[in-house]
Design a protein around this ligand. Structure first.
Ligand code: ARG
Length: 276
C-alpha cells in the first residue's frame, strides 16, 4: 500500500444506545448468558464512541432503543445503503427480527431514501461492505453463518453494484465486519483465516495491497473498525491492529467498547454508515 496522504471524508452514521443491552440469548460464540452485563458502563462507552465520531466532524443520527431488543445497539446490522438506495435487513435469528422494522421506519421517516425490502436473510452492514472507489464501486458480501448467499444476488439487483461473495469459515468471525474492513474508499484490511481458501484467493486478486491482520487482531475485534479514510476508530484492546493501520498511513483512534464485546461486537457493529 502506498503511503500517500490519507484524507478523511465526512460521513453520516446511525447509532442506537445500549440502554436495553443484555446477553439473554447466545447466537454467536462470544455471547455468554451466565455473565452479567454492565448496561450503564455499556452506555458510557457508547457515548464516548458517539462523541469521538461527532468530534471528528461526522453526523451521527440516533435510533431510539426498544426494550426487548438487547442487540439493537449493533445498528450496523439493520440495513445497507449505497447512493441513496437502502437494502433492508432480514435477521437470521427471531430474537433480532423486529430490529429490521425499526430500521425500516427510520429510512421511511427520513426523506430521500429508496428503501428496498429484502426477501432473503441478510444482516446489513454486518455482512456487506461498500468500496466506492474500488473497480468503480463494488460491494463485498459475507456468507456462511448469517447472510444467505441468495441475498448477495438480491443486493446486486437492488443496488446495481457488483457484489463479490466471500465465504466465512470460522464461527468466531460470523459476520464479514468481524473479519474485514474498508480503510477508505478503495483499501481494505482483513484476516485471511476467517475466509475459505478460495475466498482468500479472491481477496488477494482484488486487493493485493490490503493490510493483512492476524488471528489475534481479529480476536481483539481489531477488524471491527470504522474509518473515515484517515481516522480509524478501533477498540482499545486492538493495540497491534492500531500499529498496522498507522504503518499504512492512517491515524488510529482507540475507544474502549469492552462491554459490547460480550454480545460479540465492537466499534463497527455499533455504527451503521448511511450513504445518501
Ligand atoms: N449479538 C449480536 C449478534 O450475534 C452481535 C452483532 C454484531 N454485529 C456486527 N455487525 N458484527 O447478532
Amino acid at each position: 500500500m502506498s503511503h500517500m496522504e490519507r484524507l478523511p471524508r465526512n460521513r453520516t452514521y446511525l447509532m442506537c444506545p445500549p440502554e436495553h443491552f443484555t446477553v439473554e440469548y447466545a447466537i454467536n460464540p462470544w455471547m455468554d448468558t451466565t455473565v452479567a452485563v454492565d448496561t450503564r458502563l455499556a452506555v458510557k462507552q457508547w457515548d464516548q464512541l458517539r462523541n469521538t465520531l461527532a468530534d471528528l466532524g461526522h453526523v451521527v443520527h440516533v435510533l431510539d432503543p426498544e426494550p426487548g431488543l438487547p442487540d439493537m445497539v449493533y445498528s450496523a446490522n439493520g440495513a445497507f445503503s449505497v447512493d441513496g438506495t437502502v437494502y433492508g435487513a432480514r435477521f437470521r435469528h427471531p430474537q433480532r427480527s423486529a430490529e429490521a422494522v425499526a430500521h425500516q421506519a427510520f429510512y421511511l421517516a427520513n426523506e430521500g431514501w429508496n428503501f428496498i425490502a429484502p426477501e432473503h436473510v441478510n444482516e446489513g452492514e454486518g455482512d456487506f461492505a461498500y468500496l466506492p472507489a474500488a473497480y468503480g464501486g463494488i460491494v463485498l458480501a459475507g456468507y456462511g453463518f448469517r447472510t444467505d448467499p441468495a441475498a448477495h444476488a438480491e443486493a446486486q439487483e437492488a443496488l446495481g453494484r457488483p457484489v463479490i461473495s466471500l465465504k466465512l469459515v470460522d464461527p468466531a468471525f460470523y459476520h464479514l465486519d468481524t473479519a474485514l474492513a474498508a480503510l477508505d474508499d478503495r483499501h481494505v484490511t482483513y484476516y485471511p483465516g476467517a475466509f475459505s481458501e478460495a475466498s482468500q484467493r479472491v481477496l488477494r486478486q482484488l486487493f493485493p495491497d490490503a493490510v493483512i491482520a492476524d488471528r489475534a487482531d481479529a480476536e481483539a475485534f481489531g477488524l471491527n473498525l470504522v474509518s473515515d479514510g484517515r481516522h480509524v476508530i478501533l477498540n482499545t484492546e486492538a493495540v497491534a491492529m492500531g500499529h498496522k493501520v498507522r504503518d499504512a498511513g492512517y491515524l488510529p483512534v482507540h475507544v474502549d467498547l469492552s462491554e459490547l464485546k460480550r454480545g460479540g461486537g465492537s466499534i463497527k457493529c455499533a455504527v451503521a454508515e448511511l450513504r445518501p
